[in-house]
Design a protein around this ligand. Structure first.
Ligand code: ZN
Length: 478
């Protein structure tokens, strides 16, 4: 049986006793676990029978379970000592949470048909503060339940979604998405996006980080990218989020129209740097990969969305080997149709193996890193998020590995990534217990309102399909 890691990375309580403990023992919460997987180094490390102790919003100590109640006391003890693995909060680096009202509204279409015929018209008609609020609430609920503690979001009306994320106590990086629908409103959008960033920056809120967001190079001109990059590289200094080189056709069309690649255009505009999170990057030449690496660009891989839209397979292994920081995302719940980072980890590993024609291409621990510390690095937050370490924010996910169908367990990291019966039961974000025993404590889903809204969207789609059928009939009739 292959055992690439063996049990070498697993440390017993005796080996680690006292090593990660801070002074003072009056913690708010101590979470006892069967395994703590801190993701605090390049090599896998599993702490057997350890506890994560939280004080305020930070991790105060990581100690053997046996020390809790003795050298380390806490006002509340959560006992998962026989059942759970604790991992850092998962970081979804590419999502469109406001679109969640369109989950399952249109599937099985080519990307450009899907966007132009179904998605953009529906957004044009329905995208309102209520649409964004219900969608973001649904998204926040699902993300919390599946262990996401920070999302890099790209959508419209960010004031509404920021409010939802604040209430949900789910960290978010977000901004007003700029997209040129040729209605003469780009300047307004660019100004609005900068205004949002200034307002949010002034709040200095640990839950909300504003960002520059453009849909893509093929929907936003280079001059607007240059204007936003100038503002960002001097005054704003926040993350920059865009789609880049997602499909082969998009890359070819861009080159035909502009004589250069979108990557070179963004480089000329001053966008390619360590603040950029570029979603997809499926179609890249070796020279382009080197350019992304040199500029410190972060690539967000979205395996399920790329599969569902048949966009191609991002060469994650090559990107990592050449020094690009690769993180993970879900994309929207229209192209996924879930926002579950646990399954993205699994797909990222499987897809990389297929792409490289090697079962050793991307192992389980690397998949976990993509979803945690690499995401934190991409969003400029690796000093406070992305791993379980004393002093970092207490963004902690407890995963239940006690189901009979998960037996036996030789290696909890393998089970986290490759099985499906593992279940997130508890999540803490900044010390707040936002998922408690499988129940989300901070956000509710307004079921009746959502159903009523969805009826209108259903009727709208029926009209599109009826019009299609009429046109097809006409074409048949000559
Ligand atoms: Zn996207």
């Amino acid at each position: 049986m292959p055992n690439h890691r063996g049990m070498n990375g697993i440390a017993s309580p005796e080996q680690t006793a006292g090593k990660s403990s801070s002074e003072g023992t009056d913690h708010d919460t101590a979470i006892l676990a069967r395994w703590v997987i801190p993701v605090d180094s390049d090599t896998p490390r599993v702490l057997e029978r350890h506890a994560v102790c939280i004080k305020g919003e930070r991790i105060a100590a990581i100690v053997p379970n046996d020390d809790v109640g003795k050298t380390h006391t806490a006002r509340r003890v959560v006992d998962h000592s026989d059942t759970h693995a604790l991992i850092p909060g998962l970081i979804n680096c590419h999502a469109h949470t406001g679109m969640t009202m369109l989950r399952g509204y249109s599937d099985d279409q080519e990307l450009q048909v899907w966007l132009h015929k179904f998605i953009w018209p529906a957004e044009g008609k329905f995208c309102s503060p209520d649409f964004v609020k219900y969608g973001t609430e649904l998204a926040a609920y699902e993300m919390l339940k599946t262990g996401t503690t920070l999302v890099n979001d790209m959508y419209f009306i960010p004031d509404v979604s920021a409010e939802v994320f604040r209430r949900a106590k789910l960290r978010a990086v977000l901004g007003e998405a700029v997209i040129d629908f040729k209605t003469g409103k780009v300047k307004e959008m660019v100004d609005g996006s900068i205004d949002f960033i200034r307002r949010e920056k002034a709040k200095n809120d640990p839950w909300i980080t504003p960002s520059v967001v453009t849909h893509s190079s093929y929907t936003v001109g280079e001059e607007w990218h240059a204007a936003l990059a100038r503002a960002n590289n001097s005054e704003l200094q926040v993350p920059f989020h865009t789609h880049l080189h997602e499909t082969e056709k998009e890359v070819a069309d861009y080159h035909t129209q502009h004589g250069i690649s979108a990557i070179d255009s963004l480089d000329r505009a001053g966008v390619l740097n360590e603040r950029l999170v570029a979603a997809h990057c499926v179609w890249l030449t070796d020279e382009e990969i080197d350019k992304l690496a040199e500029r410190g660009v972060n690539v967000c891989h979205n395996p399920k969305s790329n599969l569902k839209l048949a966009s191609g397979v991002c060469d994650v292994v090559k990107l990592l080997r050449r020094g690009v920081n690769v993180c993970l995302g879900t994309d929207s719940s229209c192209s996924n149709n879930a926002l579950n980072m646990m399954s993205e980890m699994q797909l990222a590993s499987l897809l990389a193996k297929m792409k490289a024609n090697s079962a050793a291409a991307l192992d389980d621990f690397t998949a976990l890193r993509l979803a945690t510390i690499n995401g934190a690095r991409a969003l400029g937050k690796a000093d406070v998020l992305g791993s379980l370490e004393v002093g970092k924010y207490a963004d902690v996910v407890a995963v239940d590995l006690s189901a009979d169908e998960l037996l036996p367990i030789y290696d909890p990291i393998s089970h986290l990534v490759y099985t499906t019966a593992r279940k997130v039961t508890d999540v803490w974000i900044g010390g707040h217990h936002v998922v408690d025993g499988g129940h989300v404590t901070t956000v509710q889903v307004e079921k009746e309102q959502i159903k009523l809204f969805a009826e209108k969207i259903r009727e709208f789609k029926a009209e599109i399909l009826a019009k299609d059928a009429q046109e097809a009939d006409k074409a048949k009739g000559g």
